[in-house]
Design a protein around this ligand. Sequence first.
Ligand SMILES: *Cc1c(COP(=O)(O)O)cnc(C)c1O
Length: 360
Amino acid sequence: MSEQLAQLVRKNVRELIPYQSARRLGGNGDVWLNANEYPTAIPFSLTQQTLNRYPECQPVEVITRYAQYAGLTPEQVLVSRGADEAIELLIRAYCEPGQDTVLYCPPTYGMYSVSAETYGVATRTQRLTTQWQLDLPAIEQQLDSVKIVYLCSPNNPTGNLLNAEDIRRILTLTRGKALVVVDEAYIEFCPEASVVSWMNEFPHLVVLRTLSKAFALAGLRCGFTLAQPEVIQTLLKVIAPYPLSTPVADIASQALSEQGLRLMRERVAELNTIRDTFIPRFNALACVEHAFPSQTNYFLIRCYDSPTVFKNLWEQGIILRDQNKNPLLGGCLRISIGTEKEMECLYQALAQFGPKGERQ
Ligand SMILES: *Cc1c(COP(=O)(O)O)cnc(C)c1O
């Protein structure tokens, strides 16, 4: 019976390995540092009492506030159910299954491949260099049939920015042939590095943003696509009629008010400070080979014996994200910046391990 049902599933979906979200991986703990979330909840109250009505497809106040925040016009902004939906909308609108290709550079965010595979669109990967930068000569050789290039900067999970000049080079190489989508999910932690101001120079540049990270609203599911009006219009052809519920638009609008932005910037400054005090301390620990610098609200540590360290922490209720199986990231664990107290708790736990991950 279930075998018959299995035969009904599209072949590419049968073969699909779903995104391993932090939530799906589970765990049982008090200290959750595995999903790059903001560590505490921000209070909001609902102001809209019109749930009998369908919401606006693109709530005007949310769009105008985000446009102003990003320094763009409202016609250059699309709001969606998280940046994840935007990743998918771009593929749906621009990629012909069986013909076009999506290119991305691992180790990076997992949803570019999952979305492409779901729609039967071929993927091509070009690993980052050992410095976690774009391998330009190799990418240049493989742009044939590529319709979308996904670049993540700052990159998840490595935490570093891609060199601006390299992004520019990719934009130059793909002009008239492909979209270049720069995923800026973490740009609030290093706002000066945004490429959004290049949009007029490169009409095929698309920038992705989200309220899930610096805005502390991962549970809201609200993200943004910034692009030429023509691209936005195309995405609006394939987006659901009501992608955002009324309460989501209500809260997003508040988060993007002047006060919302001010609070966001305070949170960013606080997390950046915690990060910059803890990275050197982690670097001095016996079980840590290296703690890497980061421009984001997470950073990597390379451990001499990461599986043991990961498991020991897991059993103590401290949940990190294991990157050991990712290309270039052998021995690496990703740590989302938590509260000072949570980071201290993690530090104390790590301090108990010797180089082999054994209790010292
Ligand atoms: C978290 C994240 C997203 C997803 O953002 P949502 O708005 O929560 O869907 C997209 N890209 C990267 C790189 C991320 O880390």
